[in-house]
Design a protein around this ligand. Structure first.
Ligand code: B12
Length: 351
């Protein structure tokens, strides 16, 4: 079976699958809700589910769809939807895909959806706070989060730039305050305890405060050579990769940070124009992994880039570390501190 071809077929028929699943889920009530926010949201959710399915098929990794399904079922539950809604959505999706495929492909897809649905129904995703007791700066992290939950950006900024900075290095602030706070905000959003607006606000203030720290490290950069950092596809999560860029800069690299959502052609051009030694790519949502593969193929086809080292990381890999083996890369790292160490050994810099 050609998994990539099968994945492409799923993607190409996404609109039909969405419509057939909508008909099945809402039956004769569909015309009543047509045009409403609910219908719009259901279609968006279905598109997201199908994207995840297509990506799992692409890499032939059922675990990707299982992990996503466990997350989705918990999300449904946390926003007050009955378990039956999740079950029915998956059953309807299965039916709509079954119609389109035959033979082993049909059985393969059916099993992924069915097994993932069952795993999700058996398993509860309950995660403890990311601001843990073993964090030496737990108090700062809690205070920073609470200030931001109260919309006190000035006080939050002062906490970091006045208080924290006098006791901690920039790397410690990133890894012991910003990172756990961002992850905790994600956990609270998933648990329906903070709103999308609060999450947006906190992420935007954190980026602002990160910029306020720049005067403390920008002048250090340069000696260790050029590094390009980015995130591919429609990825909008950029704080993690920005931390990588900033800590590499603190460590002496000259970083060219392209942020999220960068077209592959532009990434390759930037690398070629800057004698770049190392590329760091971040993937948060697993649905962007095939775009990472496209980028790596482009790079491997370019003779002038044969010495370029590639390092990857991000939530998608941290949740599914076995995925690392699917890519022709030189290194993977779980967090920014480890990433700096690995960058040094990849570029053969001895401190
Ligand atoms: C902030 C945030 C957003 C913001 C991002 C803003 C921005 N400018 O970056 C916005 C609002 C855009 C957003 C959107 C969405 N988000 Co969001 N988001 C988050 C959140 C809360 C925090 C992300 C973050 O800043 N993390 C902190 C950083 C420091 O951690 P990190 O990214 O893992 O990075 C570290 C390591 O992974 C590693 N690393 C990262 N990159 C790299 C690269 C290299 C080379 C290396 C070596 C290492 C490395 O080092 C970093 C530093 O130590 C996460 C929760 C979470 N657990 O991360 C959810 C989360 C990732 N989002 C989620 C979702 C669902 C979405 C949306 C689909 C929501 C929606 N329905 O619209 C959209 C998708 C948008 C898109 N197309 O990308 C889910 C994903 C779950 C899943 N299974 O799919 C999460 C996990 C929330 C949750 N708990 O449910 N999101």
């Amino acid at each position: 079976m050609q998994y990539k071809e099968l994945s492409r077929l799923i993607e190409e028929n996404t609109d039909d699958f969405i419509e057939n699943t909508m008909q099945c889920v809402y039956e004769n009530r569909l015309s009543e809700i047509e045009g409403s926010e609910r219908a719009q949201k259901s279609r968006r959710d279905l598109e997201y589910i199908i994207n995840y399915l297509a990506e799992s098929v692409y890499f032939n990794k059922q675990g990707l769809f299982e992990d996503f399904s466990i997350w989705l079922k918990s999300l449904f539950k946390n926003i007050g939807m009955e378990e039956n809604v999740f079950r029915n959505t998956y059953k309807c999706l299965m039916k709509s895909l079954e119609k389109e495929f035959q033979g082993p492909e049909r059985t393969y897809i059916k099993n992924i959806i069915k097994d993932s649905m069952n795993k999700a129904l058996q398993k509860e995703e309950s995660i403890d706070s990311f601001i843990r007791e073993d964090n030496p700066y737990q108090d700062y992290a809690e205070e920073y989060l609470n200030l931001l939950l109260d919309n006190k950006k000035k006080e939050a900024s002062q906490l970091i730039t006045d208080k924290a900075l006098s006791n901690m290095g920039v790397d410690e602030i990133y890894l012991n305050i910003f990172q756990p706070v961002q992850k905790e905000v994600g956990r609270l959003w998933h648990a329906n305890k903070v709103s999308v607006a609060q999450e947006h606000y906190i992420s935007s203030v954190t980026q602002l405060v990160m910029s306020q720290l720049y005067p403390h490290f920008l002048s250090m950069g340069g000696k260790k050579g050029s590094v390009v950092t980015t995130a591919v596809g429609n990825e909008l999560h950029e704080i993690g990769i920005r931390m990588i860029a900033d800590l590499l800069e603190v460590d002496g690299y000259d970083t060219i940070h392209l942020g999220a959502n960068t077209p592959n052609e532009s990434i390759v051009k930037t690398i070629m124009n800057n004698q770049t030694k190392l590329l760091g790519v971040s993937v948060t949502l697993p649905i962007h992994l095939s775009e990472l593969e496209n980028l790596i193929t482009m790079i491997k086809n370019e003779k002038l880039l044969k010495d370029l080292k590639i390092m990857v990381g991000g939530y998608a890999f941290n949740r599914n570390p076995e995925l690392v083996n699917e890519f022709e890369i030189d290194e993977y790292s779980r967090d920014a501190k480890d990433a700096v160490k690995k960058a040094n050994s990849l570029t053969e810099v001895v401190d």
